[in-house]
Unconditional design. Structure first.
Lengths: 268, 767
């Protein structure tokens, strides 16, 4: 690790002024857990802009009738312990219990988890499956939604990252193991038919980036998902294996979502 | 003589006491001292520039830009080292490792140059500016290939003088074999030819890492009058000897100080960064620290990958009549202690079975990868993985009950071990029986339904302790009666300080907590061969017991000299006052222990006495295998060892659980991935070690208490023992669950899945 400058602005506006989208050595940090890359010598910043001390309003969870608003500076631990989150989207609570470890969750933030863009992260595919929308702010001060998720492994633009997001009340299921995260979301309570009205399936970790899979028909979903995803091999498994894993997990996710138990026979 | 001394020690309240580790408070409150965080006045810091090629001739090294970085004092290559140390090669078995690459590089990550700077950040920045050009040479990575390859890692072999049995290898060219240990018992060929059933299998293990949580770190402080090394070492006495040899100095000019270690597991044995730190301090003429990062440990020392070809002949009655073991140890680019692993593990390669005709060949082989050394078990876990999988496969093939098949073939006390030594105090069958009892082996077993299928398996193993080795201890009674123990056993988390204090307390009849253990400093703590191979409780335990016993005798003598009546309860401090007229003086007592040993016959490898005690372990595993993903869930892990007499039962238990869980990682997922000699997952982000979610759902850590007749208070070593059987027990359970047999570690989900697909006749395409 080489020496660097650390800025701790007191306001978001000041933070934005300190950033320079054209200079890759100037980066913002929230919880700072991604600084592992500095220790590994992969990333040598000249300046880090900490968002820790900006206005409080960017942290916190607000429950509304149609969903949740979660501040980007909300820690994963706060998200994990929130009664509102548990009520509106219990899958987030379940996911967080298996995500990293308590020390990381205590400092890592929701905004950071999205901005970091590592496909191995567990939260982005869950939020994508839930149809979360993201409010962001650009250097010229304009606010606007960012559609979609991460742009791929460790490639996230230098502009400030999402500040608020919106999650609709839903439940779904996440299955993840051995380098694959599958999130399946379902809209249930179709009382008469018990049919699935719509579904979102998002895969990550085995893939270059978190990917929403558009396959619609339940029966063919698993096979079709495999065709859609772009897999990457790593120390956790080869591409042929991950493809098989995807097939199994998608099938399990869809099945479990339909039975509302959130459980399957296998080791999920 | 041993028996007599042994019985003079009074058995009181300290032995068998689960005293909490005496250093725990210092550690958990951040007060314990480690080399990694230590600073000396005027200390400079070095960082290393490492080879990017696996085998190559160094054409040039450009250090000019690095030298210009402000805060950089020196940029050092082997040419600079040679000016202060003409023969800059080190190593315990072979003097084959240059302090910095000398003309050639032999593995990716080998240190080629070092930057000495004012702080680590400056040094690191400068390292990035060094460039080197190599003429790449063909390289060899696999141990099987290396045995017959015409690519040679070394031009000629350079055995160290300390190992008499390696002398004949001096100057040998055109080989990658650093040692070939052989054992011949009976006549394998004839017996195998006649056997009713013949089995032949090949098992492999992967390259994996110790990953102690404190990486390697050494500070050298060189002065013309003497050198002091502060080093995270498991073997300070060896460091002193080797540094003295490199300097051509007497040992008393070399001082080695070792504070606490943040784990070792065999990675900090013999000599690691010490020679380099010494050379850099000689050049800088200042104290210099070399401290690795976690990631750099992937280029320091690893576990041995191993290929084990095993053949057994079984007669009509289910008796194993012949066994042939051919074991190849992938030792990497420098021998380190690999030849000793090949030899000492080799002698138990046939397992805990009574077989009349045995042939063992165990080869330590050089390759172009990070060197391999001792890792908690000294090679035995690799062997057990093979022979206990093989045993299970035989019993399945012959439709024999795996318990009865083993029972029929077990070695038993009074019988001979493969080496010819008569077996004593080896509770093999008792250990197996306790494993089976805890698993309710005789009861029906739930095999699961649907996607997850359940199975169970077990394994048993035997190991000899590295012999012959010596330990020396000094007990010092101060005039107020307080007692200090000086010994060079290193407490690296296993609790040796606590156990040694208990032994002193037992003999001198005082609470163990009142005994001070001197920090290891070779100026004052006497010789010990090393904290390795589960030898300390037995060897140093004896030396400490003997020293304490001598101190007790000297106290008794002092009482008699001063005319105290027999049975007088005069306090020690009053005794000193009476003797010296004030609070003054010391009683110094010492103890030395070296077990008897008979060198194996060089032709047959046989010996009537290869080890003073045997380590025995057994593991039972219950698993659930997800047949759609290959994921294995470990429902139960029963770890049992023969611990002799437990001096500290709680510490024995934690040694068992620690050893088993460490080996669970090597069994299930830990693997250094290599691509053309490059390690592609050289960081903790990509090299997975066990976390809380990887633990068995239920785990039991049990002992069979079985007095070791020649052990201190009946004790024997336990540190490695629970590592031996984890891999084969789980592999046997997987076979039991889903009928697939894995021949290579780790047993990761993809490996299990591929085996399931192959069994179903639909093999998964190769990646």
């Amino acid at each position: 690790m080489i020496p660097f400058e650390l800025a701790e602005p007191r306001s978001l506006a000041e933070a934005i002024r300190l950033l320079d989208p054209d200079d890759g050595t100037v980066r913002r940090i929230a919880g700072g857990t991604a600084l592992l890359m500095m220790k590994a010598g992969v990333f040598w910043p000249a300046k880090l802009v900490s968002l820790r001390k900006i206005e409080n309003e960017y942290a916190g969870i607000t429950a509304r009738t149609d969903g949740l608003t979660i501040g980007a500076m909300t820690t994963l631990a706060d998200l994990e312990r929130s009664a509102d989150v548990r009520r509106y989207a219990p899958i987030i609570t379940r996911t967080l219990l298996t995500l990293s470890n308590v020390r990381v969750r205590n400092v890592a933030t929701v905004g950071g988890a999205l901005a970091h863009g590592d496909p191995h992260m567990d939260l982005p595919p869950v939020l994508m499956a839930l149809g979360a929308s993201v409010a962001s702010i650009s250097p010229d001060g304009k606010r606007g939604p960012i559609v979609g998720g991460a742009r791929g492994h460790l490639h996230v633009s230098g502009v400030p990252r999402p500040l608020r997001r919106h999650v609709h009340r839903r439940d779904q299921l996440v299955l993840g193991q051995d380098g694959l995260v599958i999130s399946g979301e379902q809209v249930f309570h179709q009382k008469e038919t018990d049919a699935v009205k719509s579904a979102r399936i998002v895969a990550s970790a085995a893939t270059e980036k978190a990917t929403r899979l558009n396959a619609a028909l339940l029966r063919r979903t698993a096979d079709a998902s495999v065709e859609e995803a772009e897999f990457v091999a790593d120390a956790r498994g080869s591409v042929p294996y991950k493809r098989e894993l995807m097939r199994v997990y998608v099938e399990r996710a869809v099945h479990a979502a339909c039975t509302k138990t959130g459980r399957t026979d296998g080791h999920a | 003589m041993l028996e007599k001394l042994h019985t003079t020690a009074k058995v009181g309240s300290q032995i068998g006491r689960s005293l909490p580790r005496t250093e725990s408070r210092d550690k958990v409150t951040g007060r314990a001292e480690y080399v990694h965080t230590m600073r000396l006045p005027g200390m400079l810091v070095a960082k290393l520039f490492r080879s990017t090629v696996a085998h190559g001739r160094i054409k040039s090294i450009d250090t000019s830009a690095a030298k210009r970085v402000p805060g950089v004092f020196h940029v050092v290559t082997i040419d600079d080292v040679r000016k202060v140390m003409p023969d800059a090669y080190y190593g315990p078995a072979f003097h084959d490792q240059p302090i910095l690459a000398d003309g050639k590089v032999r593995f990716v990550g080998e240190p080629v140059a070092a930057v000495i700077a004012v702080d680590p950040h400056v040094a690191e920045e400068a390292v990035q500016l060094i460039t080197a050009e190599y003429a790449e040479l063909p390289a060899v990575f696999d141990e099987v290939e290396a045995l017959t390859s015409n690519v040679y890692v070394h031009d000629e072999l350079r055995p160290a003088a300390a190992f008499a049995d390696l002398k004949h290898l001096k100057g040998i060219k055109n080989t990658n074999v650093a040692l070939n240990y052989r054992l011949r018992r009976g006549a394998f060929d004839t017996a195998y030819a006649k056997a009713a059933h013949k089995f032949e299998h090949e098992f492999r293990t992967q390259k994996a890492l110790h990953l102690s949580f404190e990486p390697h770190a050494t500070i050298a402080d060189y002065k013309d009058t003497g050198v002091t090394l502060y080093t995270g070492s498991q073997g300070p006495s060896f460091v002193r000897t080797e540094i003295a040899r490199l300097l051509g100095w007497p040992e008393n000019k070399v001082r080695v100080k070792v504070p606490y270690l943040g784990g070792g597991f065999g990675s900090k044995l013999y000599i690691k960064l010490e020679a380099l730190a010494l050379a850099l301090s000689m050049i800088a003429r200042n104290p210099v620290k070399v401290a690795l990062t976690m990631d750099e440990m992937f280029y320091q020392i690893t576990k041995h990958p191993c290929t084990f070809r095993i053949k057994s002949g079984v007669d009509e009655d289910g008796r194993i009549v012949a066994r042939k073991c051919e074991v190849l140890w992938n030792g990497g680019a420098y021998a380190d202690i690999g030849p000793r692993v090949a030899q000492k593990a080799g002698l138990t390669a046939a397992g805990p079975y009574d077989i009349d005709n045995v042939s063992i060949d165990s080869f330590a082989v050089y390759t172009n990868v990070t060197p391999a050394g001792a890792l908690r078990g000294f090679g035995v876990p690799q062997l057990t993985w093979a022979y206990e999988s093989h045993t299970d496969m035989i019993s399945r093939a012959l439709k024999l009950d795996p318990v009865e098949f083993r029972r029929k073939n077990l070695m038993r006390d009074g019988g001979q071990h493969t080496t010819g030594q008569v077996l004593k105090d080896a509770a093999i069958e008792k250990v197996m029986d306790l494993v089976l009892a805890r698993m309710d082996w005789a009861q029906p077993f739930d095999r699961g339904t649907g996607v997850v299928r359940r199975g169970r398996g077990f394994a048993i193993a035997i190991k000899a302790v590295t012999t012959p080795t010596t330990s020396v201890a000094i007990v010092n009674i101060s005039a107020d009666g307080s007692i200090t123990l000086s010994c060079s056993t290193i407490d690296m988390g296993q609790g040796s300080n606590t156990v040694m204090a208990q032994i002193v307390g037992e003999v001198l009849d005082i609470p163990a907590e009142t005994v001070r253990i001197a920090q290891c400093d070779t100026d004052v703590t006497p010789y010990d061969m090393g904290t390795l191979g589960s030898r300390s409780t037995f060897h140093m335990g004896h030396a400490v017991r003997l020293a304490a016993d001598e101190a007790r005798q000297k106290l008794d003598q002092l009482r008699r000299d001063l005319g105290e009546p027999k049975g007088s309860n005069i306090s020690i401090s009053d005794l000193f006052k009476k003797r010296y007229g004030m609070q003054a003086g010391n009683i110094i007592a010492s103890g030395v222990y070296k077990p008897d040993y008979v060198s194996p016959d060089p032709e047959t490898g046989l010996s009537a006495n290869v080890t003073p005690f045997w380590m025995i372990s057994g593991v039972g595993a219950e698993v659930g295998v997800d047949t759609e993903t290959g994921h294995v869930r470990i429902d139960r892990l029963i770890n049992v060892i023969d611990c002799g007499k437990a001096i500290n039962p709680k510490l024995v238990e934690t040694q068992i659980s620690g050893a088993a869980l460490m080996h669970l990682g090597f069994t299930m997922f830990e693997k250094m991935h290599l691509d053309g000699g490059q390690i592609t997952n050289a960081s903790l982000a990509d090299y997975k070690i066990p976390g809380i979610r990887d633990l068995p759902l239920m785990m039991e850590n049990l002992t069979v208490e079985n007095i070791q007749h020649n052990g201190p208070f009946g004790a024997k070593g336990v540190g490695e023992v629970a590592t031996f059987c984890v891999s084969p027990a789980i592999a046997n359970a997987i076979d039991d669950a889903v009928g697939v047999r894995l021949m290579e570690l780790p047993l990761n989900p993809e490996a299990v899945y591929r085996a399931l697909r192959a069994k179903a006749g639909r093999p998964l395409e190769v990646a």
